[in-house]
Design a protein around this ligand. Structure first.
Ligand code: HEM
Length: 457
């Protein structure tokens, strides 16, 4: 397949190509690492941490007793209870939700088709956030369908195609492409949660080993440099520890968690809709779009229902206003503290994702996207900025200029969407030879040793 570089972020692509690669890493199993992992979702006793404080004053610190002190904002009070329930309600695939407004749903689908470029970028950025939650990241490491650049490229290309079909046809009409994809995805989810649950019961130690790269000898390589440490330093200055988030979400221990639960599903709805609904201009959407964005939230409420999310956990029920409130609360109360918990699994899965994406969306850069996200969330990241270097910072500024300025021109928006559609078409029609070339490519991280820490200190 010939991948034309006339992409929406062409300038950013050029700059990204010039950007230095992060320090590469090969990661060998070590007893010290095993000790570190004890407190990082791999079971074991969590070492006592010294009490910490932040300039704003933290509700909890260190290992403070947190039971009965859970401070969950109103908008998320029901949704977080979803951690105890399996993510698929078992709803019939051909029965739409009773509250479905067909006209609104179709208006939301039309909006999504017209603005697919913006939506896709917001979704990719959201994965940086979602991977902060072990319930979202560990099942993906476990299934091994997106752990290398090639597998990740294929996996997310499939994801884009399936989600796109949900914007193009009726998900409840038996035989439609959207309907078939809905069934396939529910099947994937059920299969993954069944396998995870079974292993938790029969062989919890193997489950721990198979849900992190840190403990694995094979593959021994993960792609991670000093970013984790820099992120931690920035996050520590900006947020409190995440103990209360851990207590609310009960997601630290992979052997006891309800896998792919209702909360995890709602958080993925956030990934598809939250940033775009709340910060549309950051993704090139300008003008008064409240009605369209509201319809788009309705689409995601309905798709969530079709995937098995019960109404009380549905992130998008209540429309645009509710989605925005929940998004702000998720970012403030769950994400900010969790930024302190980034680790090498998180970084590796994101780096391979962005590298795979760059094969059909030129200009995709993890470093620049990290900065762009922190800027979007209004979180200062001076150490991260210094770490990623001048070229990545330049790409971030170019992206901001493109999204907030250039995309105001309607013909540019049309062009950006068209380019993405063309690139997707080419990637989907790629020859086996081209695919093979990608599979055989090697990356520096696969060879260089890196005796680094697993997570922030
Ligand atoms: C609104 C919620 C969700 C949507 C719309 C969604 C969407 C999708 C799509 C489109 C695919 C197909 C990918 C392919 O064809 O390769 C997929 C597969 C998959 N999803 Fe989800 N998903 C959601 C929630 C979740 C959650 C919470 C998890 C937990 C980590 C998860 C884990 C998986 C897994 C394990 C697969 C199989 C492919 C793989 O192993 O990576 N999904 N999902």
């Amino acid at each position: 397949m010939r991948c034309r570089l006339a992409a929406p972020l062409a300038l950013a692509a050029l700059l990204a190509a010039l950007a230095p690669r992060p320090a590469a890493a090969t990661f060998h199993i070590k007893s010290a690492l095993l000790r570190e992992l004890g407190g990082a979702g791999a079971g074991g006793t969590r070492a006592a941490r010294p009490a910490r404080s932040s300039p704003t004053g933290c509700p909890f610190s260190g290992n403070a007793a947190i039971d009965n002190k859970l401070d969950v904002p109103e908008s998320l009070r029901d949704i977080v209870k979803g951690v105890d329930f399996p993510g698929d309600s078992g709803v019939a695939p051909d029965v739409p939700p009773p509250w479905l407004d067909r006209a609104k749903f179709e208006r939301g689908q039309a909006f999504a088709r017209k603005n697919f470029f913006s939506l896709a970028y917001a979704e990719v950025l959201s994965l940086i956030i979602n991977f902060l939650f072990p319930g979202e990241l560990q099942p993906l490491i476990f299934t091994q369908r997106s752990s290398t650049v090639y597998s990740s490229y294929k996996r997310y290309l499939d994801t884009v195609n399936r989600v796109k079909s949900w914007y193009e046809s009726d998900p409840w009409k038996v035989g439609s492409v959207a309907y078939q994809n809905m069934a396939t995805v529910r099947g994937y989810h059920l299969d993954a949660s069944r396998r995870l649950t079974q292993l938790a019961q029969t062989d919890p130690q193997t489950l721990k080993l198979n849900t992190t790269f840190g403990l694995n000898g094979d593959p021994a390589h993960i792609w991670s440099g000093p970013m984790v440490e820099r992120m931690c330093e920035d996050a520590r200055a900006a947020a409190c520890p995440s103990d209360y988030v851990d207590a609310v979400l009960k997601d630290r221990d992979v052997t006891t968690r309800v896998h792919l639960n209702q909360f995890d599903m709602a958080l993925t709805q956030f990934a598809f809709s939250g940033l775009i609904a709340t910060y549309p201009e950051r993704f090139g959407l300008h003008g008064n779009l409240e009605r369209e964005l509201d319809a788009f939230c309705h689409v995601w409420a309905a798709l969530g229902y079709a995937l098995g999310i019960e109404d009380k956990y549905n992130f998008n029920l209540g429309g645009l206003a509710a989605t925005r409130q929940r998004t702000r609360d998720v970012l403030e109360h769950l994400v900010r503290p969790r930024l302190r918990t980034v680790n090498r699994d998180w970084e590796h899965m994101l780096r391979v994702l962005f590298e795979g994406l760059a094969l059909y969306v030129p200009g995709s850069s993890f470093d620049a996207s990290m900065l762009f996200l922190m800027e979007t969330l209004g979180l200062p990241a001076p150490r991260l900025g210094a770490q990623v270097g001048r070229n990545a910072r330049l790409v971030t500024s170019t992206m901001t200029f493109f999204m907030e300025g250039v995309m105001r021109v309607p013909s540019v928006r049309t062009w950006a969407n068209q380019e993405l559609a063309n690139n997707l078409r080419r990637a989907n029609g790629a020859s086996a030879r081209w695919d093979d070339g990608i599979r055989r490519r090697s990356y520096r991280y696969e060879y260089l040793p890196f005796p680094g820490r697993y997570q922030c200190s």
